[in-house]
Ligand binder design. Structure first.
Ligand SMILES: NC(=O)C1=CN([C@@H]2O[C@H](COP(=O)(O)OP(=O)(O)OC[C@H]3O[C@@H](n4cnc5c(N)ncnc54)[C@H](OP(=O)(O)O)[C@@H]3O)[C@@H](O)[C@H]2O)C=CC1
Ligand SMILES: N[C@@H](CC=O)C(=O)O
Length: 401
């Protein structure tokens, strides 16, 4: 099997290490590796294969193009060119799948080639393949997941070691977990893209990432961590989706999770995907969601599937986009924090809208845990508080069970 590789960074080098570690089992020939700056890679084992010219990749008679360079451009053109030339594609690029999955799957079907992307969700965790193959005898009802290693690493360091946000982010970047532009991680875009890919496959409907409710972790501070500890909870960036009566609900947002839950036990760059199927019940997939070898392992498994002709149906990417409900419609609780407040007036409004609440702090700021019948109820009270000019800056952190 002859392959061309686009990218020799964290994932590209991890993938190549996995190929070398398994040479006695499989013979995969690396023909060419595309990078943007060849001389950065001087001294590496495959330096003689490295090129800065995409034409060198396509001049080789490759069977599979492995795309691990990231971004939308020129990546999309390179992948389309490969498919049009009847070359199979393996990619770790969730940005591309979330945005152009429909177009790429359609083109691949027309050309009779395979496009595989296990590494695009959950890093090293095999989750797409079990979802499509092993759970075929289920209607998937919901997914609850930690899908971004960088933000989980940052939140773990802030919680366990009181590390400031910026230092934790820098460490995640140094360890190769973060995206080229880490805004994709901390703003929640990366997790939303991954949740959209999972949900599209799970619900056999196209769930478009920009349609989800989306909130990143940039406003989480050390006080949130203190309140979380007081409540016997952790804070996690969670992606959740469900399908009920043909309606999809989905969000990516930081939430409080109880310390004894599965999600609370998943720390650092680890990811977790909890799937609920109507036959199997609840099953969990946990493992490294980012990093060199773990992600390399997922890319490798896709290449092996192509060699062995094991292919799944991913046609749900070609379905029309579904409408997505973004708000928690059932009973929910939330931590509300008010700065520059009129304490008594705010509490009066909370009392009038929401039956149950606990004041956690009313000294230097007002922090209240509210227990409501739905998120609408909480939002109504916050609208009233804002409209009456009692407080402009309000932080809301919902708790999920
Ligand atoms: N890091 C991780 O843990 C994970 C990453 N991914 C995804 O895998 C992909 C790669 O990520 P990662 O390895 O971290 O990224 P890196 O930044 O570490 O590596 C990117 C590689 O692609 C090359 N490259 C980038 N742009 C171009 C271009 N326009 N032309 C030629 N070469 C280019 C770079 O060249 P040069 O070396 O010269 O700079 C580099 O070798 C992304 O889509 C990412 O989202 C998925 C799962 C986990
Ligand atoms: N930046 C991503 C890398 C893997 O997809 C993450 O942190 O999860």
């Amino acid at each position: 099997m002859k392959i061309g590789i686009l990218g020799y960074g964290t994932v590209g080098s991890g993938f190549i290490d996995v190929i070398d570690n398994n040479r006695d089992k499989r013979d995969i020939e690396i023909c060419k590796i595309l990078v943007s700056d060849k001389y950065k890679h001087k001294g590496k084992k495959y330096f003689d294969k490295i090129t800065e010219n995409i034409e060198d990749i396509f001049e080789e008679n490759i069977d599979v193009l492995v795309e691990v360079m990231g971004g939308l451009n020129p990546t999309l053109d390179y992948i389309k060119r490969a498919i049009n030339n009847n070359i199979h594609v393996v990619t770790a690029n969730k940005d591309l799948l979330a945005e152009y999955g429909d177009e790429l799957v359609k083109l691949a079907n027309e050309k009779g080639v395979y496009i595989k992307f296990e590494a695009s969700v959950g890093g090293g965790i095999p989750v797409l393949k079990p979802l499509i193959e092993s759970l075929e005898g289920n209607n998937i009802e919901s997914i609850s997941a930690i899908l971004n290693g960088t933000t989980n690493f940052i939140l773990s360091k802030m919680y366990d070691e009181n590390l400031p946000y910026n230092i934790a982010l820098k460490q995640a970047q140094e360890l190769g977990f973060a995206e080229a532009n880490p805004e994709a991680d901390v703003m929640g875009y990366d997790a939303a893209r991954k949740l959209s890919i999972l949900s599209t496959l799970a619900y056999n409907n196209r769930v478009y990432w920009k349609d989800l409710y989306l909130e990143g972790i940039t406003s989480i501070d050390e006080r949130d961590m203190e309140y979380a500890k007081k409540l016997d909870c952790k804070i996690k960036l969670v992606g959740q989706s469900s399908l009920k009566e043909d309606k999809v609900s989905a969000f990516v947002r930081p939430v409080l999770v109880e310390n004894n839950s599965i999600l609370a036990k998943v720390d650092n760059e680890f990811n977790a995907v909890i799937v609920n199927g109507d036959s199997v019940g609840e099953i969990s997939f946990v493992g490294k969601g980012a990093g060199k070898l773990a992600t390399g392992s997922a890319v490798y498994s896709d290449v092996i599937d192509i060699i062995d002709n094991r292919i799944n149906c991913i046609d749900s990417f070609m379905k029309n986009k579904v409408e997505i409900n973004k708000i928690l419609e059932n009973k929910c609780s939330a931590l509300l924090r008010f700065s520059s407040f009129k304490k008594n007036e705010i509490i009066d409004i909370i009392k009038s809208c929401i039956v149950e609440y606990d004041v956690l702090n009313d000294k230097d700021e007002l922090a209240i845990m509210v227990y409501a019948n739905s998120e609408y109820e909480i939002n109504n009270s916050l609208c009233l508080i804002k409209d009456r000019g009692y407080c402009k800056n309000i932080n809301k952190l919902v708790k999920i069970s």
